[in-house]
Design a protein around this ligand. Structure first.
Ligand code: GDP
Ligand code: PGA
Ligand code: MN
Length: 617
């Protein structure tokens, strides 16, 4: 290890050298790094400073080693394509564990494993796991460094691809180390692709291991990830820290870590509203975050597209920040006609993973353009033509790009105090039953709605695409503790809000289909029409119709100017079938019963009330 603490301080720090920052917190960090180096036996240790020069050197080295393809700078300056191993293409939920001391604290929705047992498995796996590789030490901040809602972490990783991704997705650098040196608490995250190199052994383009473990220790606030280099399995700041670990910190400190996009909506009079929305992976967060309203006079500014941290303020409002600094978005389906903002964001400085390569050195994926190019190299590196009848890009292929590059990013998107929320939306991908939009009667009813979100599975995680599964608050794979306790925590946070200042809660569903299998709602930019109704509800400008499941719009109150949605489709979009909803209530009861009596009584009462309303409907 070339940069041990015994070495004298160099006058100009060498590439990757540990910066000379004094402080008790720094000593603890150095000791931790030295312990990990002794365990994993890397060939070198590199302290990441987050500089542009360092990033460029890492990218250049990965191109030289065949780990990245540099895209044609004429079309896509500063951009690269990574192709993962075909077995390592999505978050692996079956290999994701919550290792709390007490099994009850993980709850029935998580894979629990005893901390001592899993440490006994992980230790031998990490022993020598970085041989022949460099161990990178990446200090990062979620939220602006030093902000009141921000939290710090350090990721140790042997994947330079992960380092460059973390550099885009978070704030990395020496100012984070200074916070640590000064005594700020930091979360320990350890990552290895699990592919040590023997002396002289040739590396592969995407090292990983068939054996994978993504393990969270909520009692000691640690994450250990082994065997995968992909997305949320490897960028530990994201789902592992900012959701699973942060949800535990939030439970203890009185705030919420949520799987939510965050936007500012500006109405034609120039009045601004803040909206957060929780949808499961690949169900439209990035799209709504970058909404371009199709109704005249409205504007949307992007604040975040995946994670929001919410904290009750002294003023009785709920304040939100986006703790990330970049977007890790689904590529397929992102195109001029759906999400032009994303397309513009991706003009350069982007890392693409598992998309297709064009002969001219640019990228392509399904949905980027209406017509596919005649010849491509597919995500696995094979020649591809449209006649082959299979997708050229992997359905979970991604772009990683800095938030600052988004043309409609809010000027104050990284304001440390965040923004006060006016509305919270819950949604999922539901072909049937769930209306386009429905309003909760109050906070408790809103929490009940959130606890009942279910959605058809997507390619964002392993599993059968299309299968319906419950995904409460879109947090099923991301809640770091007992989901029933989490429902209770939501109720508690609501009690800290001022009755007239709490955000209003709505459920939305862009994905309802007709009998012929086509989407009934045009979606995308036209979702602004739903947002418009939501804001007029907040302002008390439109009445709503009571239904057993909540308050529905009168279809004549939706602004449908300029689009043609047949009245039959509109009726179908808002149809509430008491029989299917009674079936939904049965499923809720079944789901609640898996929590050993831990579901809050207030939610059981909501369920009973729903059943009553369905019966008399
Ligand atoms: P995220 O993973 O939650 O951020 O989801 P994305 O915004 O990346 O969208 C995932 C997929 O859903 C993409 O294929 C989108 O094109 C599609 N999608 C997003 N919004 C809509 C919508 O309003 N209607 C329809 N039909 N599809 C949508
Ligand atoms: P997402 O997360 O599927 O919610 O976008 C991706 C990931 O963390 O791998
Ligand atoms: Mn997204």
């Amino acid at each position: 290890i070339p940069f041990s603490s015994a070495q004298p301080a160099p006058t100009t720090p060498a590439f990757g050298a540990r910066p000379e920052i004094a402080g008790a917190g720094m000593t603890a960090l150095v000791e931790w790094v030295e312990e990990l180096a002794a365990l994993t036996e890397p060939a070198a240790v590199h302290w990441v400073d987050g500089s542009r020069a360092e990033n460029e050197a890492l990218l250049r080295a990965m191109v030289d080693e065949g780990k990245l393809i540099k895209l044609n700078p004429e079309w896509r300056p500063g951009s690269y394509l990574a192709r993962s191993h075909p077995s390592d293409v999505a978050r692996t939920e079956a290999r994701t564990f919550i290792a709390s001391e007490n099994e009850q604290d993980a709850g029935p929705t998580n894979n629990w494993i005893a901390p001592t047992e899993i440490r006994g498995i992980l230790n031998p796996l990490f022993q020598g796991s970085m041989r022949g590789r460099t161990m990178y030490v990446v200090p990062f901040s979620m939220g602006p460094v030093g902000g009141p809602l921000s939290h710090i972490g350090v990721q140790v990783t042997d994947s330079p691809y992960a380092v460059t991704s973390i550099g885009i997705m978070t704030r990395v650098g020496a100012d984070v180390l200074r916070e640590i040196a000064g005594g700020a608490h930091w979360v320990k995250t350890v990552h290895s692709v699990g592919a040590p190199l023997a002396p002289g052994q040739q590396d592969v383009a995407w090292p990983c291991n068939d054996e994978k473990y993504i393990v969270h220790f909520p009692d000691t606030l640690e994450v250990w990830s082994y065997g995968s280099g992909y997305g949320g399995n490897a960028i530990l700041a994201k789902k592992c820290f900012a959701l699973r670990i942060a949800s535990v910190i939030g439970r203890d400190e009185g705030w919420l870590a949520e799987h939510m996009l965050l936007i500012r909506v500006i109405d034609p009079r120039g009045k601004a509203y803040h909206v957060a929305a929780a949808f499961p992976s690949a169900c439209g967060k990035t799209n709504l975050a970058m909404l371009r309203p199709t109704i005249p006079g409205w504007r949307v500014e992007t604040l975040g597209d995946d994670i929001a941290w919410l904290r009750p303020g002294e003023d009785g409002r709920l304040w939100a920040i986006n703790p990330e600094a970049g977007f890790f978005g689904v590529a397929p389906g992102t195109g001029e006609s759906t999400n032009v903002t994303a397309v513009e964001t991706l003009w350069g400085n982007t890392i693409f993973t598992n998309v297709a390569l064009r002969p001219d050195g640019d990228v392509w994926w399904e949905g980027l353009t209406d017509e596919p190019p005649a010849h491509l190299t597919d995500w696995e590196g094979n020649p591809w033509t449209p006649a082959m009848g299979r997708p050229a890009a992997h359905p979970n292929s991604r772009f990683t790009v800095s938030a600052a590059q988004c043309p409609q990013i809010a000027d104050d998107w990284d304001a440390p105090q965040g923004v006060p929320l006016d509305a919270i939306l819950f949604g999922g991908r539901r072909a049937t039953n769930v209306p386009l939009v429905v309003e909760a009667t109050d906070w408790t009813h809103g929490v009940f709605m959130g606890s009942n979100i279910s959605s058809e599975r997507t390619a964002a995680a392993e599993g059968t695409v299309g299968e319906l599964r419950r995904d409460p608050f879109a947090m099923l794979p991301f809640c770091g503790y007992n989901m029933a306790d989490y429902f209770g925590h939501w109720l508690k946070v609501g009690q800290k809000l001022r009755f007239d200042r709490a955000p209003r809660v709505f459920q939305v569903n862009w994905f309802r289909k007709g009998a012929d299998g086509r989407f009934l709602w045009p979606g995308f930019g036209d979702n602004s029409r739903v947002v418009d109704w939501i804001i007029r509800r907040i302002e008390g400008q439109v009445p709503a119709v009571d239904s057993p499941i909540g308050r529905l719009p009168r279809t004549e109150d939706l602004n449908l100017e300029g689009i043609d949605v047949p009245q039959a489709d509109l009726d179908e979009l808002f149809a509430i079938d008491p029989v299917s909803w009674t079936r939904e209530a049965d499923l809720t009861e079944e789901f609640y019963s898996t929590f050993d009596g831990r579901v809050p009584a207030a939610l059981q009462a909501e369920l009973a009330a729903l059943r009553y309303r369905l019966k008399v409907a």
